[in-house]
Design a protein around this ligand. Structure first.
Ligand SMILES: Cc1cc2nc3c(=O)[nH]c(=O)nc-3n(C[C@H](O)[C@H](O)[C@H](O)COP(=O)(O)OP(=O)(O)OC[C@H]3O[C@@H](n4cnc5c(N)ncnc54)[C@H](O)[C@@H]3O)c2cc1C
Length: 461
């Protein structure tokens, strides 16, 4: 208790009173994130809102003095317990460090503070005819710092890559308070180790990202989305191969299985065809003539690959309708039971049909519902499992099914996360896909960067 009082006093010396939250209710609210965890293990000792690099450096000193964890928090929307509290600590809230510091049209870069909202950055750069493609589907709230720390991706990853492909430089406050610059304001950089890559996907365990310089590209003139239905899952995956064989590079090739289609239509009716086994959502972008041309070729390929119905957006309303249906699957699934869990296993695309059918078989065997959506283009699947945590038997079956899904993913040459990260939720399984030597090197890097183990300790492994 004395330690906690002293910690609070030390934090109040550094920060304005209104930026330090100490009430139990406040600390409780920030001790969890968007992960549907069964229980909260521990409550934060303090929640602080940071406004400058100097403040963060001072907080790091305090954390070292009290040997207390620092858990960075963007919007808290990660779904793997990456900022859930397990050993008390200080929540570092970035919502007040949300300035876009520079948009440079000629260099095609943006320099931003870590708390900038991804969707806001996209809106601002588009005013300059530029484009920031990484698009976690909750980009209306998630932050640049959070998406760097989780190496977030999205529907457009297939064509444009994910967050990691757009970060060219960062300022990072290290565990000893030093400020490290990881790169340069250049599009290419072959000058020494790529230190930045260590922080991307590190889930706040190696350093505190305070500023990032991001690469931008020219904004495509227009886009169009097609939705195609299939009676066999395998046909939908084969259709994707045929599209790529024709040298067409869609922005997005997403997937919904029958349960996802039916559940979305049940709660958010938009006229989806509920008797179909699967649907593909395919987006193309570029100049309007090219988009027109590609859409026609794709439609023909889909038909000859066995698509039994095809819808194609011809205006913004139709475009939004298809995307709303695809993006509503998690919300719809959440209506089936008091809790819903999601995941993001990924395999080489050639094994995707096996993964989807295997997950369905596992869930059927354990008597669990599952709605599957995913990004076929890059081989990733989000199995969304509605569950009632109060039902111990169901929870036991769910845990067994999860373990089998990870096993299957590993057998198919896949990994546990393509975009959500590992956090606390999947750390017990990481050994299934990362070899022991690689894990040892990761632990060694963690010790070198953070010898007192204060940065989001015990996450990932
Ligand atoms: C409805 C929904 C849809 C989603 N869709 C997608 C999707 O399409 N693609 C995808 O990839 N993810 C998705 N996610 C997962 C998640 O939203 C993303 O990973 C998101 O980018 C996290 O951003 P955030 O600001 O909420 O980070 P938070 O959840 O606040 O933090 C995530 C991690 O980053 C660390 N962190 C935060 N800020 C910093 C910083 N400045 N320095 C160092 N570490 C930091 C935290 O400690 C934590 O470990 C979705 C989540 C939800 C709830």
């Amino acid at each position: 208790m004395l330690m906690k009082n002293n910690l609070a006093k030390d934090l109040r010396k550094i920060l304005p009173k209104e930026n330090v939250l100490l009430e139990l209710e406040e600390r409780y609210a920030y001790s969890q994130d968007a992960t549907n965890l069964k229980e909260i293990k521990s409550i934060a000792d303090a929640v602080v809102f940071v406004e400058s690099i100097e403040e963060i450096q001072a907080i790091v000193k305090v954390a070292n003095k009290h040997r207390t964890p620092i858990i960075c928090r963007g919007a808290g929307t990660n779904v793997v317990g990456a900022c859930s509290v397990e050993h008390g600590g200080i929540i570092l809230n970035f919502s007040k460090m949300n300035k876009i510091l520079e948009i440079n049209r000629q260099n095609m870069t943006a320099r931003v503070q870590a708390g900038v909202i991804v969707g806001e950055l996209q809106k601002q750069v588009e005013k300059f005819g530029l484009y920031y493609p990484p698009d976690p589907s909750n980009l209306a709230v998630s932050t640049i710092g959070g998406s760097i720390a989780q190496s977030s991706g999205g529907a457009k990853t297939f064509k444009y890559g994910s967050t990691k492909d757009y970060v060219i430089d960062m300022k990072v406050v290290m565990a000893n308070g030093e400020v490290l610059q990881t790169g340069a304001n250049t599009i290419k950089n072959a000058t020494g180790y790529n230190l930045g890559s260590l922080f991307i996907g590190s889930e706040g365990t190696l350093g505190i990202v305070v500023e990032a310089t991001l690469k931008l590209i020219p904004k495509p003139e227009t886009q169009r989305v097609l939705m195609a239905y299939f009676d066999e899952v395998e046909d939908s995956v084969r259709a994707v191969d045929s599209i790529i064989e024709q040298r067409i590079y869609p922005t997005t090739i997403d997937f919904m299985d029958k349960n996802a289609i039916q559940t979305v239509e049940k709660f958010y009716p938009t006229g989806l065809l509920t008797d179909k086994e699967s649907a593909l959502v395919i987006e193309v972008d570029g100049f309007s003539k090219a988009v027109e041309y590609q859409s026609e070729i794709i439609k023909n390929i889909l038909k000859s690959s066995g698509a039994s119905a095809i819808q194609c957006s011809t205006n913004e309303e139709e475009y939004n309708k298809i995307w709303t249906a695809r993006r509503s699957s998690m919300g719809a699934c959440a209506k089936l039971k008091p809790n819903v869990t999601t995941d993001d296993v990924i395999v080489p695309r050639g094994n995707l049909a096996k993964l989807v059918l295997g997950i369905r078989e596992i869930c059927t065997r354990y008597e669990l519902d599952v709605c599957m959506v995913g990004h076929v283009g890059d081989g990733s699947v989000h199995p969304q499992i509605p569950i009632d945590y109060r039902n111990d038997d169901e929870y036991k079956r769910y845990k067994l099914a999860k373990s089998e899904i990870y096993n299957l993913t590993a057998k198919l040459g896949g990994i546990l996360s393509g975009e959500h990260g590992i956090g606390s939720l999947k750390r017990d399984y990481i050994h299934m896909v990362v070899n022991p030597l690689a894990l040892d090197y990761m632990r060694t890097i963690k010790k070198i960067f953070d010898p007192n183990n204060i940065l989001n300790p015990y996450k990932i492994f």
